[in-house]
Unconditional design. Structure first.
Lengths: 328, 328
């Protein structure tokens, strides 16, 4: 089990530099006024494919030895990871096969195909998607690109932390808090690893939907713990019930206590992002903004960096969020 | 008549630095793929009040002598300038009075009031808004903040060019083309002045709605020329029929030939911005993106910077634009 270290993040940054967008860190006076903090947003909505997932996928794919490249890559995902892997594979001229649930939104299936990937659909009730992916790997010699529990993927997501550190220096700010959405935990943990390595001493907090707070529970227990689950969240990108094994090995010593947000908090944040910040953000991507707006952490007087991780929202949901009046 | 020079832009940058957002320049691979160019977006949608207008207003207000500050400021505008002036005046603890047409969108009137300004409504058919503003100035000793035809306002907008030059150096790119939306011309001309002064030799093009192409006509004629007007554009921010006097004195020697876009081009660009770029952009703010997507200029093989100038869109219009299928 390879546990990523800071040098892996530095190497990832070099690998992905020719492909990934150098996303900006930008101050939001509107969020600052509402929280009494200085708030800076790391805009991964502006990353290729509209989410940070492109970083981890690109780093992992770039690490595949030449001899194994003809076999292509395989991934299972119904969302941002699918698009990240499809786009990264295309840039490396490698075939990509994505195993997606048959009931995934048509637009996500179409987007993944549009990025050049072959899509295999499975039945969530009857089929075992991991068995399908394993059979494809064996048959084609394809390399599996996991969504989070992989040192290369985590190191790729961690490049976000390197960029935050660099921009913080450029702006002359010292972040006290960093908030990042969390599902399997690759993003928040990779970012924390990079920030620590780059000498930024901020407290890094995961933000999860209330019913899927596996990281928060695991951090509190000191061991991987499964969340209760229950009603599905509108944050379709944040529904892993527990952190990854490799992820948690790193997370347990690096992360501050986990935060949670409700679906209503995230819907408010999506509306605030569109109306006031002029950004299209998906519910899971807005979890950090939601935590701030809902007062889930004491931010007054602090310098806060929020990772806004993805913008692949169903536009009807954005319109619904904009129409809500609870946050102006 | 004070004509702004490069040093005025440098001074403006110092004046507005404590207040304005240092907006990012970010590459868009999606626009690059569609145009065969490298495309970078200067995101003034992320500026305070959602548009670049805050820069010019802040610089102009900061230049008001102490003795005149108690009189406050007055401006006439139904849109982004109103919000920029209101927000800037509030930061300087100065009263602001905005003269707005009674039929302005309720949301814009409400936003301007929410920023702390007093709003006086006038009847577009019966009243002379300039006479109203003049009477207020005389009565209160208020300083008029013009929307574009003012050296201080133009220098403030020009700070965008300084930031583009700085970020281009940091990214190691040499812009060939810079596209900026144009109404009275303060933004595009101030930006061109700053870029030239900062040693960036790009061709700077204004982009206007077809019926309001006063800058394009003026540049072609070598003298200020009134556009035909006609049917109102969806780009409510870009409906000045001619460039400002001070603006054109500078523009005539600095700008490349003007470009125009149709309302359909801008609607396509608004939809593309929301769907693919994950940005809420108003029609006028998307004029540069529209010019690229509609092929109004040959961009292949070039490095292009597009100023995305504002995001104060009516959300129903954004939803309509997203639903259009003409650009994916």
């Amino acid at each position: 089990m390879a546990i990523p270290v800071f040098d892996d993040v530095v190497a990832a940054a070099e690998r992905i530099a020719p492909y990934a967008v150098r996303t900006p860190l930008v101050e939001s006076p509107a969020l600052g006024e509402r929280t009494g903090a200085r708030v800076f947003l790391k805009l991964e909505t502006l990353q290729r494919t509209g989410s940070f997932k492109f970083r981890g996928a690109t780093n992992r794919i770039a690490m595949i030895p030449q001899a194994a490249r003809a076999g292509g890559v395989v991934a299972f995902s119904s969302g941002n990871h699918a698009q990240g892997v499809a786009a990264a594979a295309a840039l490396f001229d490698m075939p990509a096969l994505i195993v997606m649930p048959a009931d995934a939104p048509a637009v996500k299936i179409a987007n993944t195909k549009a990025l050049g990937a072959e899509v295999v659909l499975y039945d969530r009730q009857k089929d075992d998607r991991e068995a399908i992916a394993a059979a494809i790997r064996a048959e084609r010699g394809a390399t599996l690109v996991k969504p989070f529990d992989d040192a290369g993927v985590m190191a790729g997501q961690g490049t976000i932390g390197l960029e935050i550190a660099e921009d913080a220096r450029r702006f002359g700010i010292t972040p006290d808090l960093v908030l990042a959405p969390c599902s399997g935990g690759g993003l928040v943990t990779g970012t924390a690893l990079a920030l620590k390595g780059a000498g930024v001493g901020a407290a890094v907090h995961s933000v999860e939907p209330e019913n899927f707070a596996g990281m928060k529970l695991s951090l509190a227990a000191g061991a991987r713990t499964v969340a209760a689950g229950g009603a599905l969240s509108i944050a379709d990108a944040l529904m892993s019930p527990f952190p990854g094994v490799i992820v948690f090995e790193t997370a347990k010593s690096l992360l501050a206590p986990g935060l949670t947000v409700s679906d209503a908090d995230m819907l408010d944040a999506v509306g605030f992002a569109a109306r006031t910040l002029k950004l299209v953000v998906e519910p899971g991507g807005a979890a950090g903004i939601a935590a701030l707006l809902a007062g889930r952490i004491a931010a007054e007087g602090k310098t806060v960096v929020v990772v806004v991780s993805g913008g692949n929202a169903d536009f009807a949901l954005v319109a619904e969020a904009v129409a809500r009046a609870s946050v102006i």
